[in-house]
Design a protein around this ligand. Structure first.
Ligand code: NAP
Length: 527
């Protein structure tokens, strides 16, 4: 089966043979992929003219209602997506994060758009600034939708969520999108996308799909367009240096590698609830999606005095992990997305063992249940202990995108903060402690280097969503190595697809301009 693209309102199948996309479990091809022959300039043009204009005929709440309707529609068809998701190596639980998680983002933005955005296409930002002495000259910031197209380039690990978490704020803003999923798992993205088109909920031109490479698309972008990228730092660095991106100052937002950490507080000794919660969470982060999560805990920062106890507790739990066919409910960890990916993880572990030692697991051998270990991309969990926690240590610079994590011992809270921040900027860091002073020092110490900080203790354990899951209400992104971008985070994620403009003039004209849309809220001036 050749995956199709959806361009200028039609399904497009490339005439060339395409690259085979193997099933992560059997190695058999699930589909072939190629975008050869697509007219990328026409796609960009069609998005801007047909898609953008159609979307912006509606108001924020009307587009929010579309997102909710879409979420419901996709929810009705999710059994098909779950079936296909198994081929990516994902267990049912992994698929829940990807599929239900993605649909959940649509629901949240649907709700926020109705409740928190005005009935128009202009978003008023803050109060008027009174600049003239008599009040006849004022300034008012507004946000208006960009008139271009958003190009969404996604990573292989969340083929459904990755597409929907970018689309929800973008469509709500009134901007059309061209989605380019990572090739290896694009068959699941294509299936979800197909249902979106079938649903007929979104206006014509709102979304297009590239199954395959982006060709010369970047050459046709302008300053009204946005590129949202998720993937490796090296690809992000390459794409953001595209001459046209630089020349036209095109918005380029990246979510890249992140060597996230989780810190066990000095107070959280074995026997405390926080210690037990910590072991549970680290185990979860190593095994969910077989560690292929951008937010996964890569560095386990623990007090030196309890590092042996942590290794022992984690090793016991890891020995109970059942690696095997992801379609079976007894399986607790599925496969990596591809054999290539497994080779990639093995070579990253080879880099890590230069100055860290493996204390649990074996990258070459793993017992696999109900599947052929020679054909499937299986890899057992691997736990390391760092012998070099200094800035040059590989643990702070090497991302093994699989079920791999490293323990770093520390002696005092100041050192724990330093170790956390040596990741060079991360999506998320977590703190397990019940001591307010320790929490304060850790949280404020690591906050400048992290997009999100989870503080976990016995008081919030029942409702906590945990270290990994990125939530539509909260920032997903991080400084430095994490890409420097910001996605979701509630309404802020929508504003990313809009231009902030300062209107200046008399109160009447500023108010009139900002409220020109039918039903638009009034700027509260001179009251
Ligand atoms: P990748 O190899 O960098 O690919 C990412 C995306 O870029 C894919 O869609 C890929 O398409 C595309 N791409 C590659 N070269 C391109 C080019 N020249 N022009 C246009 N597009 C191009 O990363 P990956 O292996 O898919 O994902 C794994 C990485 O993503 C990990 O490092 C992980 O940390 C990171 N990640 C980060 C986040 C986050 O939110 N921060 C989330 C998930 C994953 P093809 O597949 O067709 O090559």
């Amino acid at each position: 089966m050749k995956l199709k693209s959806f361009a200028t309102g039609q399904w497009f199948e490339s005439s060339d043979a395409g690259n085979p996309l193997p099933d992560a479990i059997t190695g058999e091809p699930v589909a072939e992929i190629s975008s050869e022959g697509l007219n990328f300039a026409a796609m960009a043009d069609y998005a801007r003219t047909t898609g953008g204009n159609n979307l912006r005929k509606h108001t924020f709440p009307q587009r929010a209602a579309m997102l909710t309707e879409l979420a419901k529609y996709l929810g009705e068809h999710k059994a098909d997506f779950y079936a296909l998701s198994t081929s990516t190596g994902a267990t049912r639980r992994d698929s829940w994060f990807d599929i239900d998680g993605g649909i959940g983002v649509l629901f949240v933005y649907g709700s926020k758009g109705r409740k928190e955005m005005p009935d128009g296409n202009t978003y008023i930002d803050g109060n008027p600034e009174f600049i003239g002495k008599s009040g006849s000259f004022v300034g008012q910031h507004i946000y208006v939708p960009l008139t271009g197209v958003a190009v969404h380039i996604n990573a292989f690990n969340f083929p459904c969520w990755g597409m929907l978490e970018k689309l929800a704020p973008c469509l709500l803003a009134g901007m059309p999108a061209i989605v380019k999923p990572a090739s290896s798992t694009a068959y699941l993205t294509e299936a979800v996308f197909r249902k979106m088109i079938e649903s007929d909920i979104l206006p014509e031109g709102a979304v297009q799909l590239i199954s395959g490479r982006t060709g010369d698309l970047f050459d046709h972008l302008t300053c009204q367009d946005v590129v949202g990228f998720t993937g490796s730092k090296s690809t992000a660095d390459m794409l953001r240096q595209h001459p046209n991106i630089i020349d036209k100052s095109i918005r380029f937002s990246a979510e890249a590698d992140s060597i996230n950490c989780s810190i066990l507080g000095l107070d959280a000794q074995p026997g405390t609830p926080e210690f037990d919660l910590y072991i549970k969470e680290v185990l979860n982060e190593i095994t969910t999606k077989a560690g292929q999560k951008c937010t996964a805990i890569r560095r386990i920062i623990v007090p030196e005095s309890v590092s042996d106890a942590v290794i022992q507790a984690l090793s016991e739990k890891l020995s109970e992990v059942r690696v095997g066919h992801p379609g079976l409910k007894e399986t607790t960890m599925g496969a990596l997305a591809s054999l290539d990916q497994r080779e990639e993880v093995r070579s990253r572990v080879a880099e890590l063992v230069a100055d860290n030692e493996i204390v649990y697991g074996d990258v070459e051998n793993v017992e696999v249940h109900d599947a052929d270990p020679a054909k499937g991309a299986f890899l057992g969990p691997v736990l390391l202990r760092s012998n070099d926690t200094s800035a040059s240590g590989s643990v702070h610079n090497t991302e093994a995108f699989g079920p791999v994590s490293t323990i770093l011992p520390y002696s005092n809270t100041t050192e724990a903060v330093q170790l956390a921040n040596l990741g060079g900027g991360s999506l998320v860091g977590s703190i397990f402690s019940h001591d307010k002073d320790i929490i304060r020092e850790l949280a404020l110490g690591i906050a400048p280097w992290h997009g999100r900080v989870l503080i976990a203790d016995r008081d919030c354990a029942d409702e906590s969503t945990g270290h990994g899951p990125a939530l539509p209400q909260l920032v997903h992104g991080g400084p430095g190595r994490a890409g420097g971008g910001e996605e979701m985070g509630g309404i802020r994620g929508v504003l990313h697809y809009m231009q902030r403009t300062a209107l200046q003039g008399s109160p009447a004209s500023v108010s009139y301009s900002a409220s020109g849309d039918e039903g638009m809220i009034q700027v509260p001036i001179n009251e």
